[in-house]
Design a binder for this molecule. Structure first.
Ligand code: LLP
Length: 417
């Protein structure tokens, strides 16, 4: 399900046609639906009803401040991985007391800033990080609230680049070391152990790996508590997948129910860090066909968006549905590879798509709301796309298309000698 549907033959959301967005703001352009974002966040939140919980939206999935502001207004917490993301949360009206700080390589100055801002918790991934944090907190006569991110060593069926819960991955504290690291943390004067954390990967579309990981976490909690260390919250990370092609991921309700069953033994606050499942299907990348190139071997539709705008197909061989903005009878047309102008063979948005196309046609690359714009770059000196939010039948440009001046901002020529 997505917010973007055909009405009278035209693709759009909340009563706004994508063709109108393109006419106003040009292409390539990311387009989001506020109603869809809210609906997905509310579904998660409602699924937890009656249980102490906090939804910490994973800012990395889409960090536009208008998106963060929409979520902050709902009362969302945030999962950050840098001081840049902390600043975005604060500028968009988010509450630092609802922020958890994840990431395997927090710099000392980032720890300092986050402590000063009064965040809810640091998700710590190593003894070295604990030592740095303890010293920094001591310098400010504070105690740093900490969860340890445990690597439960479970396999997940997702692209290897987005699996994080195996012991060969750089993430988390190895399961078998976790208890002793908890004991080290509990002995540090400026560390306040409050929780446990794990995150096993992204775009996971079945419950089993989550259940395996969380059951292992539950066993670990028992031994931690037997050692006199009390756990107030369990942060189960993000990772719930979405439908890109024909996946059938668990619903928010099924997911939350399983989690609650596993942790029914304790009065824990459950923290969840969803990114993709909030934003993925709340956005599309709107692009225009520049030209068609037919060879004896293949047809190419060359569009004005490229791998610098949406990296997922090139990086993960990811599938994104590509829909014509003006509805066509399904299966009509020719088979095209939809490609961008970047000088890389990996520069494709979709391969072997059946579409009836002429120059100037508009296409929507679907499920692009998460890990779309935020992973974009200016490779090939292509200014980054604009972003538009549809809200109650109106459209708002929430990030302007970059200009050539933006592109070279901060660069200087060498002086004459
Ligand atoms: N929490 C932590 C600690 C994470 O590392 C991530 C994602 C999340 C939460 C959110 O996971 P989600 O609910 O979105 O699955 N660029 C890749 C995805 C990378 C995910 C990295 N970590 C992609 O485009 O598929």
């Amino acid at each position: 399900m997505s917010a973007f549907v055909y009405t009278n033959g035209q693709l759009g959301a909340e009563g706004v046609a994508l063709a109108e967005v393109a006419a106003n703001y040009g292409t390539p352009c990311y387009v989001y639906s506020r109603a869809e974002i809210e609906q997905r966040w509310n579904a998660f939140n409602a699924a937890f009803a009656g249980q102490a919980h906090l939804l910490c939206y994973a800012v990395k999935a889409n960090s536009n401040i208008a998106v963060l502001n929409v979520l902050a207004r709902l009362g969302s917490g945030f999962d950050i991985v840098s001081v840049g993301e902390l600043e975005r949360v604060i500028r968009s009206g988010g509450d630092p007391a609802k922020v958890v700080f994840s990431g395997v390589g927090k710099r000392r100055d980032e720890m300092q800033e986050a402590l000063k801002a009064g965040i809810k918790c640091f998700n710590v991934e190593s003894v070295a990080e604990l030592e740095h944090l303890n010293l920094i907190a001591a310098g400010s006569s504070l105690q740093a609230p900490v969860s340890l991110r445990v690597n439960p060593d479970v396999d997940v069926d997702t692209h290897p680049y987005i699996a994080t819960g195996l012991k060969e991955n750089k993430f988390g504290i190895p399961y078998e070391d976790a208890l002793s690291v908890y004991q080290i943390a509990a002995g540090m004067r400026h560390i306040n152990v409050i929780g446990i954390d794990c995150h096993i990967g992204s775009q996971i579309t079945v419950m089993e790996p989550f259940i395996n990981a969380l059951e292992r976490l539950q066993q670990l909690i028992s031994s931690i508590e037997e050692n006199g260390i009390s756990i107030r919250h369990v942060d189960i990370g993000g990772g719930l997948g979405i439908n890109y092609k024909n996946e059938t991921p668990p619903t928010a309700i099924d997911y939350v129910k399983s989690v609650q069953q596993i942790f029914s033994g304790g009065p824990y606050e459950i923290i969840i860090e969803p990114g993709r499942s909030i934003m993925g299907n709340a956005g599309v990348l709107l692009t225009r066909v520049e030209s068609l190139k037919r060879t004896s071997h293949k047809n190419f539709a060359i569009v004005d968006a490229a791998m610098n705008d949406l990296l997922r197909p090139a990086l993960y061989d990811a599938w994104h549905d590509i829909l014509p903005v003006y509805k066509q009878a399904p299966g009509q047309g020719e088979v095209f590879d939809v490609v961008g102008p970047v000088c890389e063979t990996a520069d494709f948005l979709g391969k072997d798509r059946t579409l009836a196309l002429t120059e100037g046609d508009l296409l929507a690359v679907c499920s692009a709301g998460a890990y779309g714009f935020c992973m974009s770059s200016t490779y090939n000196s292509r200014p980054r796309a604009s972003e538009v939010m549809i809200d109650k039948g109106r459209m708002f440009e929430i990030r302007k298309r970059e200009t050539l001046d933006d592109l070279m901002m901060g660069e200087t020529l060498l002086p004459d000698v």
